[in-house]
Design a protein around this ligand. Structure first.
Ligand code: SAM
Length: 350
């Protein structure tokens, strides 16, 4: 099988969103090697399976992003017509979509579309992005290339994320989340996920009885990582939803792989389709969505309930805080890692 591989050099500030956008635009696979992200992850932690220092030193400063698209027709014709099949059917975030582009798209048009997205990201995040050329790949096993970068990592007091295809011997107090993210977001490596895992772990540690009985929701479950964490930390009533049906499929596979499927109700959907109220609602989305949902969130929280919001890039933090100032939620804690904020709100007892 042939794939078209597109090569990009991207600043760290843009790498995550850029990678995500490529997947949303229909890339069959995206691999990202980001020195800054890897360095941050391993900072102060024992490198687990390979010589991290040498490896990091060998990487360029900018992140290297490779995206694999299916050609609409054999390469000879692709070269002639410059056509790449871009499947935009995955309906994940309305503002990133151009619904009219559901037909095969020329490589030039695809790059123009990407440039538009990058410009929007740059307004908020700065940084640069350059296209470094395209090549045809025969029988490339891109689907598995990224797996070598994904290693077990202790992310909070008790939670360790471990790729589902690796075996790992946990310490007695350690809880292992076995994750195969597939095409969904949520390896645990991103700051926004890590901060949610830490917040959940702390809450479960400090209030185990409350946690066990809490009705909980993982909004935007992606790979299912946060719902699995809720289950492993002791929650008995868990719902997990995502607007992307592919993510829900991936999440359900991960629930089974972690033997927690019987405790988690998974569905494709959005907040306004749910009933609530929840005692713990964790949502790792983007700042704009949190702002849009600021008025709605309190209606889905039980008195005394916690709302954990993540995925808030530093520049957007004031806007999010302002949006929530109009609500009856109290900001109990704001945690920052690199450029990412996680906010812990509480609804006062009635
Ligand atoms: N929960 C995982 C984590 O923490 O790593 C994945 C978070 S990922 C940043 C955001 C997820 O939210 C994506 O899987 C996306 O499809 C989903 N999503 C985006 N907008 C949504 C919405 N309005 N309602 C529910 N899910 C949404």
């Amino acid at each position: 099988m042939q794939s078209i591989k597109l090569n990009f050099q991207v600043s760290h500030s843009l790498a995550e969103l850029f990678t995500y956008t490529l997947s949303a635009l229909g890339a069959e696979g995206v691999t990202t090697v980001d020195r800054e992200e890897l360095a941050g992850l391993y900072d102060g932690r024992p490198a687990l399976n390979y010589a991290m220092d040498d490896y990091l030193a060998s990487l360029p400063e900018e992140a290297r992003v490779e995206a694999y698209f299916k050609p609409a027709q054999p390469w000879a014709q692709v070269a002639e017509n410059n056509q790449v099949l871009v499947d935009l059917d995955r309906d994940y975030q309305a503002e990133l979509y151009e619904p009219e582009h559901t037909q095969p798209l020329s490589l030039k048009a695809l790059l123009a579309l990407l440039e538009d997205k990058v410009q929007i990201f740059q307004e908020n995040l700065g940084g640069s992005c350059s296209f470094e050329g395209a090549e045809i790949i025969e029988d490339e096993d891109w689907d598995h290339q990224w797996q070598e970068f994904y290693q077990p990592l202790r992310l909070s007091r008790r939670l360790t994320v471990c790729p589902s295809w690796l075996s790992y011997e946990p310490d007695p107090e350690e809880m292992v989340l076995k994750i195969d993210p597939g095409r969904a977001f949520g390896t645990g490596y991103h700051e926004s996920t890590e901060l949610c895992l830490k917040a959940l772990d702390d809450l479960a540690y400090d209030q185990p009885a409350f946690f066990q009985e809490a009705r909980t929701l993982d909004l935007g479950t992606g790979s299912g990582i946060l719902a699995i964490a809720l289950a492993k930390l002791g929650a008995r009533h868990i719902e997990a939803v995502d607007i992307d049906p592919d993510a829900v499929t991936v999440a359900q596979e991960n629930f089974q792989g972690n033997q927690v499927a019987d405790r988690i109700q998974a569905a494709t959907g959005e907040l306004n389709q749910l009933k609530g109220p929840y005692h713990i609602l964790v949502a790792n989305l983007i700042a704009k969505l949190h702002i849009d949902l600021a008025e709605a969130y309190p209606h889905y929280l039980a008195p005394g309930g916690y709302l954990i919001l993540s995925g808030i890039i530093d520049e957007q933090f004031p806007k999010v805080r302002q949006a929530f100032a109009q609500t009856d939620l109290v900001l109990e804690e704001a945690r920052l890692k690199h450029d990412w904020w996680t906010l812990i709100f509480r609804k006062l007892d009635a």
